[in-house]
Design a protein around this ligand. Structure first.
Ligand SMILES: [Zn+2]
Ligand SMILES: [Zn+2]
Length: 323
């Protein structure tokens, strides 16, 4: 869907046309508010890795998938694995500034805290508008999240003087390639990637005045991603270390099925270098590490093969690293 925002009220979804009109007014308001209430803006485009672990099982080493781009201090959050709100706080991104959320696909390590992030922005003083983008059923998920938490939300509105939350949220369901969002600073383009059995799954490209940054989402090596990422400054790409999956199998219940899924729907530490080379990006940032918490895997082991294929810079991502 292109620019087809839908506001969600407690009673019903508003029609697209009504929501677009309302959104225009709200977006002017939010920028005025954020200027009053935030410290001096940092200009330019910043990328912060919030969570670099892959997979749904919480661990001590890496938070679940989430990254944020700040363009002139406006945050664009990509994926909402568990703990995204707290990671944003650690990254000194005020939750009340939340404005845009992009979900690559509906695996829990990418969306578990999607609703919670919106909620946490609200209790942190957010008053403007949030636009969220992602594959179906993100609209239904958003609506059900607010239903699940209606008791608390309805108490806080009168008791703490907070504005009604649901009319401020605009959900955009995506089902195909193309530009999904564009404003005066940023153009966001989505591309379908291959992550069976989750369909659709998306990669996102952010073009800002100073930088182009692509997030692979979860995918096997994929021509559509290579096309999307062509010539980008930064490719933030998922990675698995196939030789280490046997050790993961030994530690985790139901590991046989798990390893089957991992190999069939992700990109190895060998192929990721080939993808970066084919896309002719300047910098490859590895993220979504599987295994996420194997102490025997060093940074060098993650990149040793990729760098034989790719001549550019390779960064082994860490939580809260700024690039
Ligand atoms: Zn994942
Ligand atoms: Zn996934």
């Amino acid at each position: 869907m292109k620019n087809g925002g839908k506001g969600i009220s407690r009673r019903q979804f508003l029609t697209g046309s009504a929501a677009i009109g309302l959104g225009g007014l709200l977006s002017k308001k939010i920028f005025a508010q954020s200027k009053e209430s935030t410290p001096p803006q940092k200009s330019g485009t910043r990328l912060i890795l919030l969570g670099t672990g892959g997979g749904p099982r919480p661990n001590k080493v890496r938070a679940q998938s989430s990254w944020v781009i700040l363009v002139n201090d406006v945050p664009y959050v990509v994926d909402c694995g568990e703990g995204v709100s707290r990671q944003l706080v650690f990254a000194n991104v005020p939750l009340r500034n939340l404005r845009y959320i992009f979900i690559t696909h509906h695996h829990s390590d990418h969306n578990l805290d999607y609703g919670n992030l919106i909620y946490n922005a609200w209790v942190s003083g957010f008053k403007g508008r949030i636009d969220s983008y992602g594959p179906p059923p993100i609209e239904k998920m958003t609506k059900l999240y607010f239903e699940m938490n209606a008791y608390d939300i309805n108490i806080r509105i009168p008791d703490e003087g907070r504005p009604p939350l649901t009319p401020m949220i605009f959900v955009h369901e995506l089902s195909k390639d193309g530009v999904v969002m564009q404003n005066e600073s940023v153009k966001v383009t989505a591309a379908l990637v291959n992550h069976p059995p989750v369909e659709p799954s998306f990669a996102y490209r952010f073009d800002t005045p100073g930088r182009s940054i692509v997030f692979s989402g979860d995918t096997t090596p994929c021509d559509n991603l290579i096309k999307l990422a062509q010539g980008a400054d930064v490719l933030v790409h998922e990675v698995i270390h196939k030789p280490s999956l046997a050790r993961l199998m030994a530690r985790v219940p139901n590991a046989d099925r798990l390893v089957e899924h991992i190999v069939a729907s992700h990109t190895t530490h060998i192929d990721v270098g080939k993808v970066a080379k084919a896309a002719r990006v300047k910098t490859l940032v590895l993220t979504h590490f599987v295994p996420a918490d194997d102490p025997s895997l060093t940074d060098e082991m993650w990149i040793e093969v990729a760098k034989t294929h790719f001549n550019g810079k390779i960064i082994v991502g860490k939580d809260l690293m700024e690039i």
